[in-house]
Design a protein around this ligand. Sequence first.
Ligand SMILES: [Zn+2]
Length: 92
Amino acid sequence: MNSTNPRNKMQDDDSKKGMKKDFKFRRKSCRFCEEENTEIHYRQVEVLIHLVSNKGKILPRRLTGTCARHQREVAKAIKKSRMAGLMPFSVR
Ligand SMILES: [Zn+2]
């Protein structure tokens, strides 16, 4: 029971990281810059729903990869959408 294999340890760490970083957003580039047709509008819930967490909170830029300019518009649109009753303020 004295076999402290460093490789095993590394594998453990890796698997833990993998569990933590299991997230649906992998792309780093801004999707609104790439696809110019995708316009940010508060009625486009299908677009905005990808930018909020499953608790209804607006996801930060570092998770979605949205650029600063578009993130600002997204936040505005989501807030507007909430006021219009299209998006939830919070999900329990
Ligand atoms: Zn952008």
